[in-house]
Design a protein around this ligand. Sequence first.
Ligand code: 5GP
Length: 359
Amino acid sequence: MHIEQELKLDFSDVLLRPKRSTLNSRKEVELEREFKFYHNDRSWRGIPLLTANMAACGTFEMARVLSEKRIITTFHKYYEVDDYKKFFKTFKNPDFVAYTLGIRDEDLDKIKAMDKADLLKNFTFICIDIPNGYLQRFSDFVRKIRKLCPDHVIIAGNVVSKEMTEELILAGADIVKVGIGSGSVCTTRRMTGVGMPQLSAVIECADAAHGMSSDNGACGLIISDGGAVVPGDVAKAFCGGADFLMSGQMFSGYEESGGETVEIDGKKFKEYYGSSSNKALQVNYGKKDAHRASEGRHVLMPHKGSIHDAMQDLFGALRSTGTYIGARKLKEFSRRATFVRVNNQLNNSLSAYDTERRS
Ligand code: 5GP
C-alpha cells in the first residue's frame, strides 16, 4: 500500500489570479485554435469543445447546430451504419464530427463496415472510448485502429495519469481523453473508490502529452473530459493545459440533445443519463450484465430550450477570462494562468432567488 501525499485538485479547489492586461475588449480574445497532430499531417481549426459521446448529447441533431458554431459533436456508439448513410447524405461538415467506438468485437466489425461503406471519410476524428483506459487490451486495440485508419485523428481514453497518456500516444492516439470519476452522472468514485481530481489529472496528462513530439513537429494533445459544471471550469481546464474540453452536462437538456422530454407539473425536463447507468444498459443492450454494477446516474434536468443561441454565454465567459488573465488567444490561457487555491469559490447566498436559476 502506498499513499501519495501531494494534494490533488478539482476545478472547485482553485480560482484564477487576474493579471495586468493590454486587451481593450472581450472581442479581441480568439477562441479558435489550430492543431497539428502527432501521427499524420492533418490539421484542424475550430473552437476546441466536444460534446460527450453519450446518447443524451452526441446526436445528429446536435451536430447540425454545433458544426455551424465550429464545435465538435462526438456521436454516441449506438448509431448503425445505415443511420450514418442517411445522415451524411445531407451533412457535409467532416471537420466537426467524431465517430465513437468501444473495444468489443462488434465495435471492430462496425468500424470495418463503416470503412467498407466509405463512410469514415466523413469524419476527421475517431474516438476510442472505454471507462477504464488502463487495460492492456485497450492499448492493443488503439494500435489496431491506428493501422486501419492512418489518416484520421484518433482520440483514446479515459485515463488520468502521465504513464498511460504516453503509452496511448505511442500506441497511436493523437489526443488522449482525461477523466475518471469526474462526470456529473458518473458514480464510479462512489461505487469503486477509484478516480482522480480533474484539474490535477489534466495538468499531469497535458504535461506528459505536450512533452512528446513527433517527426512532423506536433506534440500529443489532451481532452479534459467531464466535471465542468460552470463556464469558469471550462476556462480552468484550458488554463491547466487541456487542448480540448468535452462535456456531457453542458450539452444536455436541449431540444437537440438525446433523451426523452418529460413533463411534470407543467414543467419540462429532459433526460440525461450516464453511459454505464442502468438506464443506458437497458436501452442499449436490453439487459444488465450479471457481473456489472451500474456506475452512472439517470437524471431529469430542467429543459433548456434550443442549443442554437446557448453557446453565447460560454463563449462570452471564456473571452472574459482571457481579458482577466491577459490572454489574447485560447492557446495562451495555460501560459498566462496562475491558480490560487481556495477554501470557498462561489457566493451562493442568493442563488435560490436567482431569476435565471444559476447556482
Ligand atoms: P459531464 O460533462 O456530464 O460532467 O461528464 C461527461 C463524461 O462523463 C463523459 O464524457 C464520460 O467520460 C463520463 N461518463 C458518462 N457516462 C458515464 C457513466 O455512466 N459512468 C461513468 N463512470 N462515467 C460516465
